[in-house]
Design a protein around this ligand. Structure first.
Ligand SMILES: Nc1ncnc2c1ncn2[C@@H]1O[C@H](COP(=O)(O)OP(=O)(O)OP(=O)(O)O)[C@@H](O)[C@H]1O
Ligand SMILES: [Mg+2]
Length: 278
C-alpha cells in the first residue's frame, strides 16, 4: 500500500469507462470515540479527545477551528495515515486500517510529480493499479474536462498557476474513484479570486461525482459557502465544540453569500472562534 500525497493508492476498485467505480458511490464515514496522544520523549500531548462524528454518504462537511486544535490529525486518521490511540473510523462499515483508494486526499501545497505532465499526474493512480491505457485515457479525459484543464493536459506542473496545480491535485485524487474526498486547507494559498473559482469548481465536482467531502479550512466564508454542515473544533484537548447545519439553498451561487442565513451563520461562527482564540 502506498500513499502518494494527493492521491492515496491502495485497495483495488472496479474499472468502468467512467473511471474507477466506487462500489455504489457511498462513502459514509463514522468516527467513534477517537482519541490521539502524541508522545515526544517524556512529554505527551493530547491532540484529540473522544471525537464522535457521523458523516452521511455524499454529505459535504467542513471542520473549522483554531490552529493546533487537531483538524489535520483527525483528517490524517480518517485517511489512515495516522493511527488513533482510542476509538475507530469506519467508511461504509469497514474499519480504516491504512490508506486506501476509497479515500482521496488533497492537501495544501501541490504534491504533483514535477516530471509528469498534467495528464500523466492524473493517470498515475489508475496506472499503478494496472488500468489499461485506453481506460486511463478515458479517466483523464473526464477529469481534465471536469476541472477545466483540457488545454493544459500536456503541460508540466512548473508551467501552471497555483489554481491550475490545485485543480490537477483534485483531478488526480478523483481519478482513483474515491468515495470520500479528504481536503486539508486545499485553497489556503490561493489568491481570493482563484479561491472563489475553486470553491465553485469543487461544488460542481461534488454534485457530479457524489463523493462525500470532509474539508478543513480557517476561512469561515469558505466553510459556509461549501458545506451542508460545519463542525467547530476547540483545542486543549482537541475536541468537537459544536455542529452547525447550513440551511442555505442547495444551489450555491455567489448570491448565497448575501443570504441572511449566510450572514447570521458567519456572525455566530466568528463569535465562537474569536472566543476560542482569546
Ligand atoms: N507528529 C506529531 N508529533 C507531536 N505533536 C504533533 C504531531 N502532529 C501534530 N502534533 C500536535 O498536535 C496538535 C494538533 O495538530 P494539527 O496539525 O492536527 O492541528 P491543526 O488543527 O491542523 O492546526 P492548523 O490549523 O495550524 O493546521 C498540535 O499541537 C501539534 O503540535
Ligand atoms: Mg492543519
Amino acid at each position: 500500500m502506498e500513499a502518494t500525497g494527493n492521491g492515496v493508492i491502495g485497495t483495488p476498485a472496479t474499472i468502468t469507462s467512467q473511471g474507477l467505480s466506487t462500489g455504489g458511490g457511498l462513502g459514509a464515514i463514522a468516527i467513534r470515540g477517537v482519541g490521539k496522544t502524541f508522545k515526544t520523549g517524556k512529554t505527551s500531548f493530547r491532540a484529540l479527545d473522544n471525537i464522535d462524528l457521523e458523516i452521511r454518504a455524499n454529505e459535504f462537511v467542513t471542520i473549522l477551528g483554531p490552529s493546533g486544535c487537531g483538524k489535520s490529525t483527525l483528517l490524517r486518521i480518517v485517511a489512515g495515515l495516522e493511527e488513533a490511540n482510542e476509538g475507530a473510523v469506519c467508511v461504509d462499515g469497514d474499519s480504516v486500517v491504512g490508506p486506501g483508494a476509497d479515500r482521496g486526499m488533497v492537501f495544501q501545497g501541490y504534491t504533483l510529480f514535477p516530471w509528469l505532465t498534467v495528464r500523466q499526474n492524473i493517470e498515475y493512480g489508475p496506472k499503478l493499479k494496472g488500468v489499461s491505457i485506453l481506460e486511463r485515457r478515458a479517466i483523464s479525459n473526464r477529469y481534465l474536462r471536469i476541472t477545466r484543464l483540457e488545454p493544459f493536459a500536456n503541460r508540466f506542473p512548473k508551467q501552471l498557476s497555483g489554481g491550475m496545480k490545485q485543480r490537477v491535485a483534485i483531478a488526480r485524487a478523483l481519478a482513483n474513484g474515491p468515495k470520500v474526498l479528504l481536503m486539508d486547507e486545499p485553497f489556503g494559498a490561493l489568491d481570493a479570486q482563484t479561491k472563489l473559482e475553486m470553491q465553485e469548481a469543487l461544488l460542481d465536482v461534488w454534485e457530479k461525482e457524489k463523493t462525500t467531502v470532509l474539508f478543513i479550512t480557517h476561512d469561515i466564508d469558505e466553510a459556509i459557502f461549501l458545506s451542508q454542515r460545519i463542525i467547530v473544533m476547540g483545542a486543549g484537548p482537541g475536541r468537537i465544540l459544536k455542529a452547525y447545519p447550513v440551511t442555505l439553498p442547495a444551489e450555491r451561487t455567489s448570491e448565497v453569500r448575501e443570504h441572511s442565513e449566510f450572514l447570521k451563520l458567519r456572525r455566530e461562527l466568528a463569535a465562537l472562534l474569536k472566543h476560542k482564540e482569546e
